[in-house]
Design a protein around this ligand. Structure first.
Ligand code: PLP
Length: 469
């Protein structure tokens, strides 16, 4: 393709994009594809000669689109949403048009300086104190890995990268049973080992870590000659929105000198609203915090905001050229590749800039407040139905429920219910386990969802449940 043919196709893609987003609500949310259907529709060998864009685009519509689960569907209530607001799509188009590789300041100063400014806008939006510095990671998993590597290096007196872990006292890291699997994987990759990830029991309706049990676990480890090194807290866990008592757990961490990382990948977006910040009291005392603007806030994957109280620790862990330690962030330039495991970096700050300017923080807050209010209204309606049980209460816009029928095995019944709902196509839900029981999750957070979209879920859920044979 020649660049002078590009604009025609660009306009066609733009028209297609607008039409897609305006009508995606008419499609079944979850793909109805059989396994292998797309693979078999694609030729087994690559073309030797050029093909017309017309043909490529037609196949995109005929082969690809039927195999898509519509994450931008207004009735996508599964997992957590991964939003793509219109301005952020435009910003990504531009970022891919210029396609800079933003590993160093000098490889595109605008990208680095935009990132510094956007991360500070987000810091203010979350009301984190000045002094927290931010970096955009590709995912929360990467941010958590970076934090775990940092806590490992700190605990080992900065010798781990050089000497490895051989002959060291085992490092111990504490978390609740409710943390995301990215924590386990970070522990594996960092060489700390799954057996040294200590699951502290939870208690209470927030399903948060019991701080007394945390302290008891640390004491036991110290007595056994192990090395307590870090604490990973969860604010808005994936299954049920589990949230640790941040301030009380940080009290314990401070007492024993643990590095602390808070995973608020989903719920962090809601912290732009002051009324939800009681969910993370004392957050300013954490060392590291991650949240994903690519989930609820409105920019598309990938864009994970990682805040650090002392970025020197992170840079000291990950920078390969020690002289950067002296220049980052202070008297000169920042090379953000020194703040993350991957070297190469996309220009991700641009979409944050487009998003925050297009909606204003107040516009974004209103969206999140609506999602939470509508989800809570749906919860109240379902709670009033005698054959439904609310299993975990609303945490932001997430809660879980199950359908009960005399004589039926609840796990089997609810697995069948969630399958039937997703086959129906009007809404999309996923299941999780709470204390061993299979339950169905509901969460609202799609950027364009309406009160009507959320309320339809009541009809769909009750109708399909009662019709199950
Ligand atoms: C989604 C999620 C993650 C993982 O996020 P990625 O950006 O996909 O790595 C981690 N923790 C929690 C609580 C999440 O909800």
């Amino acid at each position: 393709m020649k660049w002078d043919e590009f604009a025609d196709w660009g306009r066609r893609v733009a028209d297609w994009t607008q039409d897609y987003h305006l009508t995606v609500g008419d499609r079944p949310v979850r793909a109805r594809t059989e396994p292998g259907a797309v693979l078999n529709a694609l030729p087994a060998t690559p073309p030797e000669t050029p093909e017309a864009m017309e043909d490529i685009f037609r196949d995109f519509e005929d082969i690809v689109m039927p195999g898509i689960t519509h994450w931008q569907h207004p009735r996508f209530f599964a997992y957590f949403n991964s939003n793509a607001s219109a301005p952020s799509v435009l910003a990504e188009f531009l970022a891919s048009a210029i396609a800079p590789q933003c590993m160093l300041w000098q490889t595109s100063p605008a990208a680095t300086e935009m990132e510094t400014r956007m991360m500070d806008w987000l810091r203010q939006a979350l009301d984190l104190p000045e002094g927290f510095a931010g970096v955009i990671q590709d995912s929360a998993s990467s941010a958590t890995l970076a934090a775990v590597l940092t806590l490992r290096e700190k605990a080992l007196g900065w010798q781990g990268n050089r000497q490895g872990l051989f002959g060291q006292k085992p490092l111990r890291v504490y978390c609740s049973s409710e943390v995301h699997t990215s924590v386990d994987r970070a522990i594996w990759v960092a060489g700390i080992g799954q057996d040294n990830l200590v699951r502290v029991p939870i208690k209470g309706s927030w399903r948060g870590m019991d701080p007394d049990a945390l302290e008891a676990a640390i004491k036991t480890d110290l007595a056994a000659g192990l090395h307590p090194a870090g604490l990973i807290l969860c604010v808005g866990g994936t299954g049920t929105g589990a949230t640790d008592p941040v301030d009380r757990c940080l009290d314990v961490a401070e007492k024993y000198g643990l590095y602390t990382h808070v995973d608020a990948a989903w719920a962090g977006s809601a912290m732009i609203c002051p009324e939800f910040r009681h969910y993370w009291p004392g957050i300013a005392r954490a060392d590291s915090i991650v949240f994903n603007p690519h989930k609820w806030l409105g920019v598309q994957f990938d864009c994970s905001a990682h805040f650090l109280k002392n970025p020197d620790d992170l840079v000291r862990t990950l920078a390969i050229q020690p002289e950067y330690l002296k220049t980052h962030g202070r008297d000169g330039i920042i090379n953000y590749s020194e703040w993350s495991v991957p070297l190469g970096r996309r220009f991700r700050a641009l979409k944050l800039w487009f998003l925050m300017r297009s909606y204003g923080m107040e516009g974004l807050r209103q969206r999140l407040r609506n999602h939470i209010a509508w989800s809570s209204a749906l919860h109240d309606r379902l709670a009033a139905e005698p054959d439904f049980e609310i299993v975990t209460p609303p945490m932001w816009s997430l809660w879980t429920f199950r359908y009960l029928r005399k004589g039926a095995d609840p796990d089997e019944l609810n697995q069948r219910l969630v399958n039937a709902i997703n086959d129906d196509g009007r809404i999309y839900l996923t299941q999780t386990r709470v204390d061993g029981a299979l339950v169905i999750r509901f969460q609202a957070g799609q950027f364009e969802t309406t009160e009507g979209d959320v309320m339809i879920a009541f009809d769909v859920i009750t109708e399909i449940a009662r019709a199950l044979t």
